[in-house]
Every structure is written in structure tokens, then in C-alpha cells.
Write a protein that binds this ligand. Structure first.
Ligand code: ADP
Ligand code: ZN
Length: 290
């Protein structure tokens, strides 16, 4: 039996299951402060004989195993969680192997194994919700360099009719600042869910997403692009992405059939937690070989 934690900014999902993606039990715990949230996490896993635990976490996080702060949440705007030693806390309690990656890298792994990118050695999983983040699988591995990618914070060209300043606390009008849920809400004065009838909202959203996707495609050349997160519940956004992306790319690279190339998660809301189970499995295999 394996354990999985999908650590999000509003809630933690904990699950136990196995490497086939089967989930036996799960709970949701609100993300408050580490002392409180982690007490709930630990209580849940104490009920089960888990052999390893995988964590897909909001970030930024330290994923460099050589670093003294490996396993920590680092410069997050959620101040209570800044410098929280996530891996160490779980390891000290359960003494099992702990896999650790970003929530979006975990989701990319889940989708590549059982979801919309099943059987492909590369894919990109992008969430557009409270923030924007992307995880990438490249040549069969989750992309990691100095640290993990932070693709939500790339710069995009502003639409000529958009004078909204942007919501990113670090860069104001980066992609996340202009196109994540809180930016939509501040620009239009309403939550996205209440803007369903306003086509111009979703057209502008598609315009920014298409720009970001063009850059990801040019740099990573993924075989599948998966768009998840709360904002992507507005399926009309896909239509605008399919409209603007070819205009931007302008036939410089050939794109596959877009409705098959840029899709919703095959695992629905379970991409992250399934990927976290797989992170647990990878870590278990790694430690057993040593
Ligand atoms: P999180 O990013 O915290 O994991 P979500 O992916 O659900 O959570 O993203 C939450 C953001 O998405 C909020 O800004 C919310 O307004 C927006 N959102 C959620 N559902 C919808 C919807 N159906 N339509 C448009 N926007 C939505
Ligand atoms: Zn930013």
C-alpha cells in the first residue's frame, strides 16, 4: 500500500492506494497552518501500513536532493508554510521513503501513466487556477534542472485593449498575473464562475494561454498538452486557444490536430493524487535498489 499527498493552497488531499492508480481511501483537509493541517495528514496515514509516501506540493519547493533544504517549501506567499520541512516531517513520523515533487509535475506523471498522455514519453500538464503552474515530462522523466520549472511566471504580450495591471505579487503582469483566477476576478470585478456569459473574458483568457502555449511548444515540443485547474472548467476557453495558437505560430512549426493535442485531464481531478501515488512508488523502487 502506498500513500499520496496532493498539497494545494486551499486543500490537501491525502490518499492510500497502489501503483496501478487504484485509490482505497482518501480525505481532504483544509490548508491552514502546518501544525494544524499536518496533524490531520499524519492521523490519516497512521491508519494504514504504507510502504512509501509521495508528495505533489504547491511551491516553490526545494527538489534538489543535494541541497540542505531539500524537501522544504521555499519562497511561497503563503507565509505560514515558508521554509516548512515537508519531506522531513513525513519521514520522521513514518520512516518510509518519501517522493517529492511539484503538484503539477505529479499531475503530469499521473496523466502520462494513466490519463490523456498515456503511453507518451512527453507531455505538459498546466493548471490554471489560483495560480498557474506547469509540470513537464520530457523523454520519460519529470523535468528538473537547478530547480523545478515555474512556467506560470513567463512574460506574455499584453492585449492592446487590456489595461489591467496584473495580480502576480512578484511580477504583476506575467502570465499568472494576467490569466489566473484571481486576476480574472480583479480585472472584471466578478469571480470567473459568474462571468460565464461574458465571451470577451474567455477570449482574452484564450489569447494569453495561446501565447504561453506557443512558448512552451517552441521550447519543449511536448507531444500532448493538458490544461486543468478551476478556470479551465470554462470549456469555451479551449475554442479561443485553438483560434489564437495557429495565428501566433503562423505555420512555423506544424501542429497536430488541436482538439486532440490540447485537452482536459484524462484523470479529471485525480491527476495530482494519482501522480503522487506514482511518486511514492518511484521512491520505493529507488530505495529498494540501493
Ligand atoms: P487551486 O488553484 O487552489 O487548486 P482551482 O484550480 O479550483 O484551485 O482554482 C481556483 C480558481 O479558479 C479561483 O480563482 C476560481 O475563481 C477559479 N474557478 C474555479 N472554478 C471556476 C469555474 N467553474 N469557472 C471559472 N473560474 C473558476
Ligand atoms: Zn509572476
Amino acid at each position: 500500500m502506498l500513500g499520496a499527498i496532493e498539497a494545494g493552497g486551499t486543500k490537501f488531499v491525502c490518499a492510500v492506494g497502489d501503483e496501478t492508480g487504484k485509490i482505497i481511501d482518501r480525505i481532504q483537509i483544509p490548508t491552514t497552518v502546518p501544525e494544524e493541517t499536518m496533524t490531520g495528514v499524519i492521523q490519516f496515514f497512521k491508519k494504514y501500513p504504507v510502504k512509501a509516501i509521495g508528495i505533489g506540493s504547491f511551491g516553490p519547493i526545494d527538489v534538489n536532493t543535494d541541497s540542505p533544504t531539500y524537501g522544504f517549501i521555499t519562497s511561497t506567499p503563503k507565509l505560514a508554510w515558508k521554509d516548512f520541512p515537508f519531506v522531513q516531517t513525513i519521514k520522521e513520523t513514518f520512516s518510509v521513503p518519501v517522493g517529492f515533487n511539484t503538484d503539477v509535475n505529479a499531475a503530469a506523471l499521473g496523466e502520462a501513466t494513466f490519463g490523456a498522455a498515456k503511453g507518451l514519453d512527453s507531455c505538459l500538464y498546466i493548471t490554471i487556477g489560483t495560480g498557474i503552474g506547469a509540470g513537464a515530462r520530457v523523454q520519460g522523466k519529470l523535468l528538473q534542472g537547478l530547480s523545478h520549472p515555474e512556467m506560470g511566471h513567463i512574460l506574455v504580450r499584453r492585449h492592446q485593449n487590456d489595461s489591467y495591471q496584473g495580480k502576480c505579487p512578484y511580477h504583476k503582469d506575467c502570465f499568472e498575473g494576467l490569466a489566473a483566477g484571481p486576476g480574472i476576478e480583479e480585472r472584471w470585478g466578478e469571480k470567473g464562475i459568474n462571468l460565464v456569459e461574458r465571451e470577451e473574458v474567455w477570449e482574452l483568457e484564450g489569447y494569453y494561454i495561446a501565447q504561453a502555449l506557443m512558448q512552451y511548444i517552441l521550447i519543449l515540443s511536448p507531444k500532448k498538452i493538458i490544461l486543468g485547474g478551476g478556470v479551465m472548467n470554462q470549456k469555451q476557453v479551449f475554442t479561443y486557444v485553438y483560434k489564437y495558437l495557429p495565428e501566433l505560430v503562423n505555420q512555423y512549426v506544424s501542429l497536430p490536430e488541436l482538439s486532440d493535442y490540447i485537452v482536459s485531464p484524462g484523470l479529471g481531478d485525480n491527476a495530482g493524487i494519482t501522480g503522487s501515488l506514482l511518486l511514492a512508488y518511484q521512491e520505493l523502487k529507488k530505495e529498494n535498489q540501493l
